[in-house]
Design a binder for this molecule. Structure first.
Ligand code: HEC
Ligand code: HEC
Length: 480
């Protein structure tokens, strides 16, 4: 009997040692991985000062501080290896840290983790981390969402994340590294840095995000203490906020935006019932910085577009999330702005004309205001200031240096925008065939029409060449 127990524990011991061995990475091999994959951002000594560090925003983490944001160990305990592995696998939606899941072997990942932990002595001086207690999970239900909403409001989440979770609270925030912090837009779970699974969100609410203003809601010494059940209700509420119409879908990439035919007048109204049944497409906005200023971090990652047309006109509904209503002169805007407040603005770009050339991709003008061979029309709208009304104009250009501008009113471009609850909705309407200018794009039905969009966030330094933009996409007017 004793012999058997001994044998069993020997086997267990061997298995255990084997297990531990397999889990522990090799620091020396890890250094080599780090120098190949991570050094350009995180720097030779892990100080976050690599070769391209000043091109990414927020800046790469300085590992010597020993502060980690997205972890599953309680309070100020060091992160678990699982957390560091998750970061390496997933990267960050809201920062320039790449996802390495398929780019590194499991051994390379373990090794680089072992090496990363040598940059700060906290991994040696602090006790090994535990995992937070998830308590008894409360599954998703309407009732739980209602409870979660009450707690969300009672606990002051809206101060930073806004009533509807758009991250539009009027509170200017910074992290301990001195970087501007924008509270996460909770309606876009694909932008969460710490993962958007139920347990990930529970962990964030429990621990908070160390180094940032995002507080812990499980600190018994703080007034913010919530028990596990309450935290799960909030998780369910946060999940209920997701807005799928703003998600850029891979399967839609090759489908053109369909403009819907309307028998009657087109409404210059963002709330018109006609928009309800209109097809929509969400497009990704990429940061542009042709002014060559310091790379900036856009506060918005996409735009959702709808279009209607009749025999005379075409109208677009452009919708995008924006944490700040940037109208120069507005006191809230002044309070939230990075530097001077500029107008929020949006632009739609078409070619000046469609040439009968095949394949159609070969007649795309340069995305940056067209080129000598292929010119473009840009329909522009901005939010105005507290003393100047919203404005529209049309820009005709054959490249950045070669352009002319007409006020919208002169070429039948009408626009109207509304900002509410962290969302801009703007309608832009123009005639399909314009007779008074040969440079205006003449729309045709049943044809693929190149279209692209640009967006300026005036509270985040957005002005002139400093903005975000989509790539060329396609629009089609179908009269069915
Ligand atoms: C292109 C730049 C870039 C590269 C390459 C890069 N990182 Fe990062 N990394 C970042 C940025 C930026 C952050 C900080 C994000 C933030 O603070 O929100 C970061 C943060 C981290 C964090 C902190 C996570 C936390 O919970 O706070 C870890 C760990 C990390 N990186 C590991 C790595 C490893 C390992 C590699 C190489 C395999 C690597 N990174 C390569 C840009 C990079
Ligand atoms: C004082 C401001 C503040 C308050 C109050 C606050 N947050 Fe946050 N929250 C932030 C900031 C800032 C971030 C982004 C930090 C980062 O990742 O760098 C954030 C991020 C998050 C994230 C995203 C985490 C990720 O993985 O990217 C979630 C979810 C979240 N908060 C939920 C909540 C909930 C729920 C509450 C209330 C119970 C709350 N927050 C209260 C400031 C706040």
């Amino acid at each position: 009997m004793i012999y058997k127990v001994l044998l069993a524990s020997c086997i267990l011991l061997i298995l255990n040692v084997g297990f531990v061995y397999a889990e522990q990475g090799d620091k020396v091999a890890g250094k080599e991985v780090f120098e190949r994959r991570c050094i350009q951002c995180h720097g030779e000594n892990g100080e976050g000062n690599g070769r391209v560090a000043d091109k990414v925003y927020p800046p790469p983490r300085n590992f010597t501080w020993g502060t980690f944001k997205y972890k599953t160990s309680p309070g100020d305990q060091v992160p678990r290896d699982e957390d560091l592995l998750r970061t390496i696998n997933e990267g960050f939606g809201e920062a320039s840290m790449p996802a390495w899941r398929d780019l590194m072997t499991e051994k390379e990942k373990r090794d680089v983790i072992a090496y990363e932990k040598t940059f700060s002595d906290i991994f040696e001086t602090e006790k090994p981390p535990e995992e937070i207690d998830y308590g008894k999970e409360v599954s998703f239900s309407e009732q739980s969402v209602i409870k979660g909403k009450e707690l969300y409001e009672r606990e002051g989440c809206p101060e930073c994340h806004g009533e509807g979770g758009k991250g539009d609270g009027i509170k200017k925030l910074k992290d301990i590294w001195g970087t501007r912090e924008w509270p996460r837009n909770l309606t876009k779970p694909w932008t969460y840095n710490g993962g958007n699974k139920r347990k990930n969100i529970f962990a964030r609410i429990t621990i908070g995000i160390p180094g940032t203003p995002m507080p812990s809601f499980a600190d018994k010494k703080s007034q913010k203490y919530l028990n596990e059940e309450e935290r799960w209700h909030i998780v369910n509420y946060v999940i209920s906020l997701a807005d799928e119409t703003k998600r850029v879908k891979k399967e839609d990439e090759d489908k053109p935006l369909k403009a819907k035919y309307i028998n009657g007048e087109l409404p210059l109204d963002v709330h018109a019932p006609e928009w309800k049944g209109a097809p929509f497409k969400a497009l990704k906005l990429y940061p542009q910085d042709q002014a060559n200023e310091k790379y900036f971090k856009p506060t918005n990652d996409g735009i959702t577009v709808r279009a209607l047309f009749n025999d005379k006109d075409i109208i677009f509904l452009l919708e995008w999330d924006d944490r700040t209503k940037s109208v120069p002169g507005d006191t809230d805007a002044e309070k939230m702005s990075e530097g001077e407040v500029f107008e929020d603005a949006i632009a739609v770009q078409f070619p000046m004309a469609i040439l009968p050339r095949i394949p159609i991709q070969e007649q795309l003008p340069s995305i940056r205001h067209g080129d000598k061979e292929f010119g473009v029309n840009v329909w522009y709208w901005n939010s105005g200031t507290t003393s100047v009304p919203q404005l529209t104009n049309v820009i005709y250009s054959n490249g950045i240096e070669d352009k002319s501008i007409e006020p919208g009113s002169k070429v039948n471009l009408e626009g109207k925008g509304e900002y509410k609850g962290g969302i801009w909705k703007v309608v832009l309407k123009k005639d399909i065939k314009t007779s008074n200018s040969k440079n205006n794009f003449q729309f045709e039905t049943d044809r693929l029409i190149p279209i692209s969009f640009a967006n300026w966030d005036g509270s985040n330094g957005g002005k002139g060449r400093k903005h975000t933009a989509t790539q060329w996409d396609w629009l089609i007017l179908k009269k069915e």
